[in-house]
Design a protein around this ligand. Structure first.
Ligand SMILES: [Mg+2]
Length: 382
């Protein structure tokens, strides 16, 4: 089945409230931009994907480096398409969302959710609320009780206080509130920061191991990004010294970089992302490499609603993915941010997310609502 068109548009939707992401110290987000990808086929099937965006960079990249190479290609030649995207990635911002559109169209052509023909390992996955801001111990204790009530099996806290002892007090308060009825994860977000962020206290190895030991004592499930992305020796030593699982890799790129992380035993949990790391099918290779090395692969999912659903299909197809990350921080990043373009949100209850069963990536776009968020392009990009 031939690809007949590939369109990229800039889309911006409002967030339900102000969002102060931990990974962007000093920044306040009130809307979410993305590059929407629409792929058309000769049989009239439309596949949707999305790239992370700030402005028009994704639209320009797709139009200049990808569009003409994909039109006329067979939709099912996904390895060939993957190579086009890898080459394009050397010249533009993350192009991986184009592959989402390819798989969405393939799923629709086959009448199956993508995870089914990738292995169909699990129809439901334990879900954790991945919080995005730094708040007080008292607030987080209340949040944890509310999130448990809402059906989350775990909660991920952000560490970004100048003094990590303040962060540890938050874990203590949450533990006191929910005991061992919820899993607790901690993300130190030391691998990168959003452009325009203010400075934050960066951890060295001594800080990372000190905090890691405390968290281990408290029974925290994993510590994420405790050191900069390429501090391989430090990460390896940390993983070796500590029993608590070390997680990371959300902004690492492509199979070979993940192989390096696996070969060096940097992480127990690899967290590639369908938007930031590689095409979604390539991530299955990384997950297989992780599996063969007795490691978990639990995708990072903070990006946009289409990317969240794509990562869910990936997670549902994997035998070594016991958790699913749900980005959630009321009021800024509430449920609407995760489902805003779709007719129906996926369901979660009693600690599990139910993998949507509709063909493709598991969402049905609300075309009317979508129109409200499309930003008109300058004439030269039409
Ligand atoms: Mg993270």
């Amino acid at each position: 089945m031939k690809i007949t068109d590939l369109r990229a548009s800039l889309l911006k939707h409002p967030l339900p409230g102000e969002f102060h992401p931990t990974w962007g110290t000093g920044l306040v987000l009130t809307e979410l931009p993305m590059t929407l990808i629409q792929l058309e086929t000769e049989e009239g099937i439309t596949g949707y994907g999305a790239l992370p965006a700030n402005s028009l960079e994704g639209v320009v990249g797709v139009n200049v480096f990808i569009r003409n190479s994909l039109i006329g290609k067979d939709l099912f030649n996904t390895e060939e398409i993957g190579k086009v995207l890898r080459n394009a990635s050397l010249r533009m911002t993350w192009p991986w969302g184009v592959e989402m559109a390819v798989w969405d169209a393939i799923g629709k052509a086959c009448g199956q959710p993508v995870y089914k023909f990738w292995g169909g390992y699990q129809d439901k996955i334990k879900i954790y609320a991945s919080l995005g801001e730094v708040r007080s111990a008292e607030e987080r204790a209340e949040d944890a009780l509310r999130l448990k009530e809402q059906g989350f099996a775990g909660i991920k806290l952000r560490f970004r206080n100048d003094d990590p002892k303040e962060d540890l007090k938050v874990v203590e308060a949450v533990l006191k509130a929910v005991g061992d009825s919820m899993a607790i994860m901690v993300d130190a977000n030391q691998a990168d920061a959003l452009p325009g962020s203010s400075a934050f206290r960066e951890w060295d190895y001594a800080t990372a191991i000190r905090v890691g030991r405390e968290l281990q004592q408290m029974g925290v499930l994993w510590l994420e990004e405790p050191l900069p992305r390429f501090e391989l020796k430090g990460l390896q030593k940390l993983s070796d010294e500590l029993d608590i699982m070390i997680a990371g890799g959300e902004k690492n790129q492509m199979v070979h970089e993940f192989k390096m992380l696996i070969d060096n035993d940097c992480y127990d949990i690899l967290q590639g992302d369908a938007s930031f790391s590689e095409g979604i099918f390539q991530l299955r290779k990384i997950a297989a490499l992780a599996e063969a090395n007795h490691k978990l692969f639990i995708p990072h999912t903070w990006c946009n609603c289409i990317s969240l659903y794509a990562n869910l299909q990936l997670a549902a197809s994997l035998p070594n993915c016991p958790w699913f990350e749900y980005p959630y921080e009321e009021p800024g990043w509430g449920h609407p941010a995760n489902h805003i373009l779709f007719k129906e949100p996926f369901k979660f209850e009693n600690g599990y997310v139910h993998v949507p069963q509709s063909p493709g990536l598991g969402f049905e776009i609300d075309e009317e609502r979508l129109k409200n968020y499309i930003v008109p392009l300058p004439e030269e990009l039409e």
